[in-house]
Design a protein around this ligand. Structure first.
Ligand code: GDP
Ligand code: ZN
Length: 293
């Protein structure tokens, strides 16, 4: 039986990409078999007489699943932050990074609107970029206006499913427009998706950019730490995780425990103070969360 990837779901049909062909499928067989609702991003086994009358027979195991927008098997989140307008926010970036790490998605930090920075702002962004790179993250500085940095971003999209994420106004649609200028009609579509309010029902579609697939709707529309427990948080900060190997106590949360490898690394300057402060704030937020019954 052939296999493919669902790239679009609309009005009860699933559009399965198979050898560069789109096969319109219904999900009937799959509901009978393993009671799973297929999602955009799913790898599926299907059967089709022709390209308009297919059936999805099986949904392969997912590596992850986002709720809003509903999409499976996301490989990469492109975290879009503007250098200015709005100003670069490390606390918001760290929040996105936690959510992305927790979902086992590879993050890529893209800082946009570099053409709008003055010397001082430019220097500040360079310093932050260096800090995030030292923590192990890929950081790309771009401008959709001058198209600088775009050629660096392009290869990172290949052979992956990516979602863009970030506050509204940071330049996500502009970036997509530069990456896929030929999608003119569709990019208008994209802008309206990206600007859409919370209560409208969303449909997601994966669009091809180079040799990759990109969701046309931004991911991580909820920034709550709903499913994250206190003991999960260290692993969402790679440089803290690394230094936690030196903590004396197993399960150290790096707050007031003695002989804490993380706090030592903050004191020596190996871990930037603001990253640790965000960790502490997020931990408190998780502890203060009302229990759900
Ligand atoms: P989105 O809400 O994240 O999709 O942001 P948009 O792509 O709609 O961009 C918001 C505003 O910022 C628009 O007026 C864009 O023209 C502008 N913008 C986006 N990227 C850049 C950039 O790299 N340089 C400049 N100068 N303006 C940008
Ligand atoms: Zn510790």
């Amino acid at each position: 039986m052939p296999e493919g990837k669902i790239v679009k779901a609309l009005s009860g049909f699933y559009y399965v990409l198979h050898n560069d062909e789109l096969i319109q499928c219904r999900g009937r067989g799959v509901f009978r078999k393993n009671k799973v609702t297929p999602l955009v991003g799913d790898e599926v086994v299907f059967q089709a007489e022709n390209e308009l009358e297919g059936y999805i027979l099986e949904v392969k195991e997912r590596k992850n699943e986002l709720v809003r927008p509903p999409i499976a098997n996301v490989d990469q989140a492109i975290l879009v932050f503007s250098a200015v307008e709005p100003d670069f926010s490390t606390v918001l970036l760290d929040r996105f990074l936690v959510l992305v790490e927790f979902n086992h998605i590879e993050p890529l930090i893209c800082i946009t609107k570099m053409d709008l920075t003055n010397n001082e702002q430019n220097k500040l962004i360079m310093e932050y970029a260096q800090k995030y790179r030292s923590a192990g993250y890929e950081v790309i500085l771009t401008s959709s206006e001058t198209e600088s940095g775009i050629e660096q971003l392009n290869p990172h999209l290949n052979h992956k499913i990516s979602v863009f994420a970030g506050q509204s106004g940071v330049g996500k649609s502009s970036l997509l427009n530069v990456l896929r200028p030929d999608l003119e009609l569709k990019t208008n579509d994209i802008s309206s998706h990206l600007g859409r309010g919370k209560h409208t029902t969303r449909h997601v579609e994966l669009i091809e950019i180079g040799e990759g697939l990109v969701a046309d709707t931004p991911g991580f529309s909820s920034l709550e730490f709903t499913n994250i427990e206190a003991e999960d948080l260290t692993a969402c900060f790679p440089e803290l995780l690394q230094k936690s190997e030196n903590c004396k106590f197993r399960g150290c949360l790096h707050i007031s425990e003695p002989k804490c490898g993380v706090k030592q690394a903050v004191e020596s300057g190996e871990i930037p103070a603001y990253r640790y402060e965000h960790y502490v704030d997020f931990l408190q937020e998780i502890k203060d969360r009302k229990p759900r019954y």
